[in-house]
Design a protein around this ligand. Structure first.
Ligand SMILES: [Zn+2]
Length: 443
């Protein structure tokens, strides 16, 4: 097993005591961390890394995204949410091909590795192609194949049986770096009978469920009218929140205290994606209410059609600043709290409970940042530097399960030049197909 010693490094551990170390060291053996602050006795490294002027932190976990939507980055700007979805996103996705998902997700993986992200929680189509990207890139991921339960969804990849075959094909693969979830789109699109079937399957096969929930007032009003209860209560009634592998509910912008109680009781996790909320003017929830219910809240970038990047440093900084603003309280959402949401909370929700902390025995998921940058000096408070000043581009190195995915800003597992070229070409083609189908529609 390879042994790596990272020396002369500042460390934000995110351990229970919130330990921060200066000019210290980290020892890694195989896939695990074996020393923080000092190497174990007799530790003989195969590789020594002088990390002077660098900071080590637990690598980030992106708790909700649609990675292949990198293809639609900058393609649906300055539109109201219904027009953004119906006139742009659905139309482009109706022309989506499997290879688009391959290159789109690979582009996202390059971007996330460059930004210090070890794992991502993806919800999209043609997920075999995303699983291949996970396998090749060395990243961790929880993957859910999006299903609607209405109409003929064969066009965009999977019916429910196809999803189950996808889960069977990939379970236990990629050296244990993959988690597989069922991915009904949402209670506002999926019919109740279909959601109930999904809940039954989750119980039969011991799976988790990842879906969108309570994104607008209209969704709540429609649910009250159609089902006599809120979207959260509706999912609970159908057994969705009780999925044995956990339920990850993206967004939850409009939830009552009773809803929060239910989500907490069922140990569901909420994925919070603040940049989408601001960009699409959806509203921002007061997360102090979620904290009062001791609900797990993790942070995601969402898809690059609504953000429009996958920079988790931006997402976590916006989470902190927005909560101070929304709660009218500058003490709200301290730096340590938001860093834990962007690392260990996401990892736990996705099924990687040991990740998100630099501690002996934890998986060696480590991001190194170059701190010798004007915007990161002086270093009064390393947590404040990370939350309020650091950017994805400050990350120089990323290790996942003890394997370097990036060293000195060079990607080691993915062919970035080829991926950029193929994604640019594929995205232009997708858009021109979309234009053709719109023209055909208008004729
Ligand atoms: Zn989403």
């Amino acid at each position: 097993m390879a042994r790596v010693l990272i020396e002369d490094v500042d460390i934000v551990t995110l351990d229970p005591e919130a330990t921060v170390l200066h000019a210290s060291c980290l020892a890694v053996e195989g896939a695990k961390i074996v020393g923080v602050g000092q190497a174990p006795p007799g530790f003989l490294p195969d590789e020594r890394l002088d990390a002077h002027n660098h900071l080590a932190m637990p690598a980030l976990f992106n708790a909700h995204c649609h990675a292949a939507m990198t293809y639609e980055r900058g393609w649906a700007e300055d539109l109201p949410f219904p027009r953004w979805l119906n006139e742009k996103i659905w139309v482009a996705e109706s022309a989506l091909r499997e290879e688009d998902v391959s290159w789109g997700a690979a582009l996202a993986a390059c971007e996330m590795i460059r930004g210090g992200v070890a794992g991502f929680n993806d919800h999209y189509f043609y997920m075999d192609r995303v699983a291949e990207v996970v396998e090749q890139s060395g990243m961790k991921a929880a993957l859910a194949w999006c299903v609607f339960g209405i109409g003929d969804d064969k066009e965009i990849g999977a019916n429910l049986e196809g999803t189950l075959r996808f889960i069977e094909r990939w379970s236990g693969s990629a050296e244990g770096r993959l988690r597989l979830f069922l991915g009904p789109h949402s209670p506002y699109i999926c019919p109740p009978g279909f959601l109930q079937r999904i809940a039954e399957l989750a119980h039969e096969r011991n799976l988790g469920i990842h879906l969108h929930l309570s994104e607008s007032k209209e969704q709540v009003e429609n649910s009250l009218r159609a089902n006599g209860m809120s979207p959260v209560a509706h999912l609970d009634h159908l057994g969705v929140l009780q999925a044995p592998g956990g339920c990850i509910a993206a967004h939850c912008l409009f939830v009552s205290d009773e809803d929060l109680d239910l989500l907490a009781q069922r140990k569901a996790s909420v994925a919070h994606t603040p940049i989408t909320y601001m960009k699409l003017a959806m509203g921002v929830p007061d997360l102090s209410r979620f904290a009062r219910h001791e609900l797990t809240v993790a942070i995601g970038t969402d898809g690059p059609a609504s953000n429009a990047d996958m920079d988790m440093f931006a997402a976590l900084r916006q989470t902190a600043i927005l909560q101070k603003h929304v709660q009218r309280d500058p003490t709200a959402m301290p730096g340590d709290t938001v860093l834990r949401m962007a690392t260990q909370a996401g990892a736990r929700a996705m099924g990687f409970p040991g990740s998100g902390v630099l501690a002996v025995g934890a998986p060696a998921d480590i991001a190194l940042l170059d701190m010798d940058r004007p915007h990161l000096l002086p270093r009064h408070d390393l947590v404040a530097n990370l939350v309020h000043s650091a950017k994805a581009a400050d990350v120089t190195d990323l290790m996942v399960d003890g394997r370097w995915l990036m060293r000195k800003r060079e990607l080691l597992t993915l062919d970035e030049q080829k991926i950029k070229a193929m994604a640019e070409r594929g995205a232009q083609q997708l858009v021109s197909q979309e234009m053709r189908s719109v023209r055909k529609y208008e004729e």
